[in-house]
Design a protein. Sequence first.
Length: 184
Amino acid sequence: MTEPPAPRPAIPMAVPMAAHGHQIQRGHRTVLPAEPAAATAALAAALQATGGRPDAAAVAALGAVAAQYPAFLDGWARLAQSAHLAGADVEAYAFARAGYHRGLDRLRKSGWGGTGRVGWADAENRGFLRGLHALMVTAARIGEMDEAERCRQFLLDLDPEDGLGIATAPPLVAGQRLGADRLP
């Protein structure tokens, strides 16, 4: 007589898909590893040298940081912000998108897998979240309002504590350029 087959393990319930295309699971929290000290020092030096000016020289200085440290998420985010403020709309969007995709790769390597929280309260996550915010802003600037809204919702889902103040910020308008006071 043969033994009955072993019971199959239960299949976990699917995590619902949010409107932005990523699954968010309550309870799981991801914190990215700290950025290399040399990259953060290079960014600080570039920001200090440019004095926050929204001009081509600032974009070039921050571009040099992104080129030297291409995995450095805050470098891409600050570059996108600088290009946005300088009026280089398409470049700002491209820089934000590059940082966003590099950020998703880093999150996955850190165990995120498309689910869970990534909070602003954890300083290590701020480069990614700042980059996602830049993608939201630059998408709106070039009229991609569906993408801007997906980014907004993704930010709120990733960080329900809303460390960036997204929920209370005035709504974005297609073609709008935000000032430095509205960029994290």
